[in-house]
Structures are given as C-alpha cells and as structure tokens.
Design a protein around this ligand. Structure first.
Ligand SMILES: CC(C)(COP(=O)(O)OP(=O)(O)OC[C@H]1O[C@@H](n2cnc3c(N)ncnc32)[C@H](O)[C@@H]1OP(=O)(O)O)[C@@H](O)C(=O)NCCC(=O)NCCS
Length: 166
C-alpha cells in the first residue's frame, strides 16, 4: 500500500525522479516549473524543508512500496487554522483514484495534526481532472481565482470545511 509521508531530506532523490519523469505530463495542465527548478533542485528542496520547519507549510509525499513517489500533496500558507492545498500525482498511476483518496486522507490529517479548519485550492477551468478530485473530496466552488495564481488561466477557488467532517 502506498503511504502518505511527511517530506524529509531523504525523499529528495525520489522527489526529483518524480518531477523529471512527469514533467511533460504535468506541463500539459499546470505551468512547467522551468529548467531553473531542476538545475537548482537541492537549494529549492532545502528551502522547502526550512519553510516546513518554520510551520508555514506542510509537505507530504505519497510513496509506493518500491520507494517511488506517486504524488506530492502540499499544505501551504498555514495561518489561522486555514491552508492552501496543492497536489500532483504521477502519470503512471493516473485515473485510479490516487489523488482523490490522498486528498481525502490529507483533509483528515490536516484537521487532526495541523489543527486546520478550512482548506482551499484553486483549479484552472481547463483542468477537469483536478476539479473532479476536489469535488469528490468534498470541496465546493467558492469564487473565481486570479489567473495570476493559475499560470494566466481562468479558474475557481474551492473550499472545504474540515471541522464538520472531521
Ligand atoms: C489532477 C491530478 C492530481 C489527478 O490525479 P489522479 O490520481 O489521476 O486523479 P484521480 O484518479 O483521483 O481522479 C481523477 C478524476 O478526473 C477524471 N479525469 C481525468 N482526466 C479528465 C478529463 N480530461 N476530463 C474530465 N475528467 C477527467 C478521472 O476520470 C477521475 O474521475 P473519476 O474517478 O470520477 O473517473 C493529476 O492529473 C495531476 O497531477 N495533474 C497535473 C498537476 C495538477 O493539475 N495538479 C492540480 C493543480 S490544481
């Protein structure tokens, strides 16, 4: 069974392999990270760990039994019992409910371990798979997203109240 684990330094090689293997797949629906991300991967990864250490963010990786990363699920801008959710799941596991199940699990974990009461996520209008993940995990649309937050594409903010479902 794949396991959702808190990101740590030892995950770095598997996370880089995941980002490289799925780069073109992700770029079809969300903005590409750019060459600079891969060239300066270690610096950026260490910066993420520092942000996590500071409590601003909480990063999770879904790790398969063979050690490969199947997905990344991130809580960012944690403040006032709320956070923004971001996620990406591997092409090799696409359409099997991996992202939906993991977002549901993260909602439980966010309430229990991070004392979150509300989670928000933005999805571009063209990103039907992401919208489906959010609605199936109990998020509801709450208003338009700034295209600047979605690589220039129009989209929607979704929200889920964690307290009433915890
Ligand atoms: C969005 C993403 C996380 C989905 O991962 P996944 O594990 O394949 O998702 P799931 O299998 O849990 O659910 C996907 C749902 O979208 C549906 N779907 C997939 N592509 C679709 C499309 N083009 N149009 C409509 N529905 C689509 C699937 O059928 C499935 O719904 P179902 O379970 O009712 O059949 C993955 O595609 C991804 O990482 N994309 C790139 C990054 C990204 O978009 N992140 C979200 C940013 S807001």
């Amino acid at each position: 069974m794949p396991e959702l684990k808190r990101l740590h330094a030892g995950h770095a090689p598997a996370v880089l392999a995941f980002e490289l293997a799925n780069r073109a797949y992700f770029a079809a629906s969300i903005p590409d990270r750019g060459d600079d991300y891969f060239e300066r991967f270690t610096d950026r990864y260490n910066a993420l760990l520092a942000e996590q250490e500071a409590g601003i963010c909480a990063f999770y990786v879904l790790v398969a039994e063979d050690g490969l990363v199947l997905g990344r699920f991130n809580l960012v801008d944690i403040e006032d019992h709320a956070a923004i959710l971001g996620y990406r799941a591997a092409q090799r596991a696409a359409g099997r409910g991996v992202a939906t199940a993991t977002v549901r699990e993260l909602c439980r974990l966010a309430a229990a371990q991070h004392a979150l009461r509300t989670m928000r996520a933005a999805a571009a209008r063209h990103n039907a798979a992401s919208q489906k993940v959010l609605t199936k995990a109990g998020f509801v649309p709450v208003g338009p997203a700034d295209p600047a937050d979605l690589g220039g594409k129009p989209g929607t903010w979704y929200q889920r109240d964690l307290v009433s479902r915890a």
